[in-house]
Ligand binder design. Structure first.
Ligand SMILES: [Zn+2]
Length: 223
């Protein structure tokens, strides 16, 4: 957006561009990244994230979905431990994508969307990280490194974004079984309040029984 479309940006930014292409998300000097206010983006595939892949059922139509990520380093003048003002490094990380999970209501795979956008305060040591309250809403705390694995942090964020109870917004089977009753949308909402074991749509509607009764009536009963 800030680049002039007529000018080849590569010429002026040659050195920077070279540095950027050398950026390895698996081995990132995150202090330098934040200090110089750099940004990076990329795509990770589910197959690169073994702990996330554990959550994906074997029968999922796609076990290698993609996540796009954007990382942005910045610093803020803040009071440091020694009482002086100094630049505090931060990282903002946004992740978007989807993964197939098992619906805990109907046990069928469904695609869950993931959207994470987190600001991390980058500290030097574990001890420093422990000083921060865990329930801070504004930012999370990570221990930085000159060889930081950003892909690992991306996986961590995705695992934290997993729904407590993965489920369809509307399970296809349950939706159909309720269609005969009240207005569809209202009926589905109320399903959320019903304990799962009480919902057995397959048993309620038996298409074969319905077929049998049709056969018995025969074509003669046509009105
Ligand atoms: Zn479902």
């Amino acid at each position: 957006m800030t680049e002039h479309p007529g000018k080849p940006a590569g010429a002026a930014l040659e050195k920077g561009a070279q540095d950027k292409s050398a950026l390895n998300p698996r081995d990132l000097d995150i202090f330098e990244f934040a200090r110089s206010g750099r940004s990076a983006s990329g795509t990770v595939r589910l197959s690169q994230l073994p702990r996330m892949l554990n959550e994906v059922p074997a029968e999922a139509p796609d076990r290698d979905t993609a996540f796009t990520w954007q990382a942005e380093g910045f610093k803020q003048q803040e009071l440091q431990d020694d009482g002086t003002e100094g630049p505090q490094p931060y990282l903002r990380l946004a992740i978007h994508g989807g993964a197939w999970l098992t619906c805990q209501r109907c046990l069928a795979p469904y695609e869950q969307a993931f959207h994470a956008d987190t600001v991390f305060r980058i500290v030097q040591t574990e001890e420093e990280a422990d000083e921060f309250p865990l329930d801070d809403d504004e930012f999370d705390v990570i221990v930085g490194s000159r060889h930081f694995d950003l892909v690992d942090l991306i996986e961590e964020e995705l695992l934290l974004s997993l729904p407590l109870v993965p489920k369809h917004e509307v399970c296809p089977e349950i939706h159909e079984s309720l269609a005969s009753g009240a207005d569809g949308a209202e009926g589905v909402d109320s399903v959320d309040d019903v304990p799962e074991q009480e919902i057995e749509p397959e048993e309620r509607v038996n298409p074969f029984a319905a077929l049998e009764s049709l056969k018995k009536d025969g074509p003669g009963s046509k009105h």
